[in-house]
Ligand binder design. Structure first.
Ligand code: ATP
Ligand code: MG
Ligand code: MG
Ligand code: MG
Length: 476
């Protein structure tokens, strides 16, 4: 198999070589020109067949969606928008595609429509670009932490701790593959005794991650995370991927510095390696926004927005300052907020987006939240009211990162756990980190799909994950 990928072929100096390419037909014109795509780039490779070279039966089978193997010579192209094309010498059809039934037409489809045909949406330019960018961002996550000397720790998917009451959980039960036992009323009798205790899918790998940090100094997790979010928003999934670094010997400031550096690093990586795809997505956004009134359109294009983020420090404010800004905002005075604003609230996405989009016009890190709206493990500040938390808010989305310095003082931690009804005895394994060589430490969680949303300029989180799980939706 001496197949050449189309991206490499188009980029390289291949004129005069004989190559084999494989891919799917996008279009076929005049019984002569095939636009072939193999998913390595949105740019199609033009395959040229001579008139009379193929019999009529074969020509009829070259339809949109059909898969081909073509061997031929790379020649300079006279066609517009391409430098080279392949003169077919040998052409084989690997798989037919019924043109009448093929759901994708050579036109722009809405993401909503494409969500219904998940198996083919990857073949569109928009989703081709999104998922290549997603791939690069994921690769950059590992590259960044590897360069920083972090250990990649795989925390468990099935857990017995609920980490933080971060959201409703999916319970794990067992069931024989055939003939499940039934209750008297005919419903399935799920067994829950496999682990001898109630178990659920992980909502966060943080607590386990802290144990790793207490030995390796710096670790990160990057894995699937599950929350039975019962609302249909554009930023929540029931199954999403979370990146959770956890670092010994870090305070809140170090934590913020790392998070900002990390976010910029992975964005820069995508800018360096996916320029073409990002430019495609930028253009898509421009087309999309043409339907909006002028004042609703983005001030910056996608590329400019990313460049701006790379070149400017994130704003850093306290929660108390954030609430003051909201209370003094024109939006508040004109009663534009749907949810109440006062010290003590868990900010809603409308509040977060106001801060980043209208007030600061850049990403914002909000610190020192009221302790009553945050988890038990966050380090208490001396004021007795707030904790050393930090959330990073991004334009178009709101929260993308939630993190904190952790409470390393055993007594204060135990006291907080009792106050918040966290079972102290059951979590003895966790408290051991504070019993034996406790150290100041910190960490954060970044929802991977939220950063993919930000970088691709998409607006619905369902469009940046390969197979979205949301309420009433787990078909494919
Ligand atoms: P939100 O306020 O958006 O519900 P959260 O505060 O409940 O988020 P955390 O528990 O702080 O979320 O989790 C850390 C990060 O994980 C969040 O900052 C976000 O990026 C991401 N995240 C949380 N829930 C989801 C979800 N249901 N789908 C996708 N990403 C999520
Ligand atoms: Mg939540
Ligand atoms: Mg939140
Ligand atoms: Mg949060």
């Amino acid at each position: 198999n001496n197949r050449v990928k189309i991206k490499a072929l188009l980029a390289g100096d291949t004129i005069g070589q004989e190559v084999t390419v494989m891919g799917w037909v996008r279009t076929f014109r005049n019984n002569q020109f095939i636009a072939l795509n193999d998913g390595s780039t949105n740019n199609n490779l033009q395959i040229v067949v001579e008139l009379g070279q193929l019999d009529d039966a074969t020509l009829k089978r070259i339809t949109t969606g059909a898969s081909l193997r073509v061997t031929g010579e790379v020649v300079a192209s006279v066609g517009k928008g391409q430098t080279v094309e392949v003169k077919a010498k040998q052409l084989d059809i690997l798989g037919d595609s019924d043109a009448e039934k093929y759901p994708l037409q050579p036109k722009r489809h809405s993401p909503e429509f494409l969500r219904e045909i998940a198996h083919l949406r990857f073949r569109t330019n928009t989703f081709g670009a999104i998922f290549r960018v997603r791939h690069s961002l994921a690769f950059a996550v590992h590259k960044f932490f590897n360069e920083q000397g972090f250990v990649y720790l795989h925390t468990p998917i099935i857990t017995s701790s609920d980490a933080e009451g971060a959201g409703e959980m999916f319970r794990v039960t067992t069931l024989p593959a055939t003939n499940p036992p039934l209750n008297d009323d005919g419903s399935v009798n799920f067994k829950e005794d496999f682990f001898g205790k109630s178990t659920n899918l992980t909502v966060s790998g943080q607590l386990e991650g802290e144990l790793g940090a207490m030995a390796f100094s710096e670790i990160y997790t990057f894995g699937p995370t599950f929350r039975a979010e019962n609302s249909n928003t554009t930023r929540h999934l029931a199954e999403f991927w979370m990146i959770e670094p956890e670092m010994a010997f870090y305070d809140l400031e170090d934590n913020m510095d790392l998070a900002e550096k990390f976010i910029k690093y992975i964005i820069q990586y995508a800018m360096d390696h996916n320029r073409e795809d990002l430019e495609f997505l930028a253009q898509r956004l421009v087309e999309e926004e043409k339907q909006l009134p002028q004042d609703k359109r983005s001030e910056l294009g996608l590329i400019e927005k990313l460049e701006f983020v790379l070149n400017n420090g994130f704003e850093r404010i306290t929660y108390t300052e954030a609430i003051d800004i909201l209370l003094n905002s024109p939006a508040y005075k004109k009663k534009k907020f749907q949810y109440e604003v006062k010290w003590g609230i868990d900010m809603q996405s409308e509040h977060e987006r106001y801060l980043v989009e209208k007030h600061f016009k850049k990403p914002v890190i909000v610190t020192n939240y009221p302790k009553d709206i945050k988890s038990f493990y966050m380090r208490q500040n001396d004021d007795g009211k707030t904790v050393a938390a930090m959330d990073i808010l991004a334009p178009g989305i709101g929260e993308i990162v939630g993190g904190s310095q952790r409470e390393e003082r055993l007594e204060l931690l135990e006291q907080r756990m009792r106050e918040m009804h966290v079972p102290v005895e059951e979590m003895s394994w966790y408290l051991d980190t504070r019993r034996f060589g406790t150290v100041p430490h910190a960490g954060f969680g970044l929802g991977f799909e939220r950063i993919v949303l930000f970088v691709t300029g998409m607006t619905n989180i369902r469009d940046v994950i390969a197979f979205a799980r949301t309420p009433k939706n787990c078909e494919f």
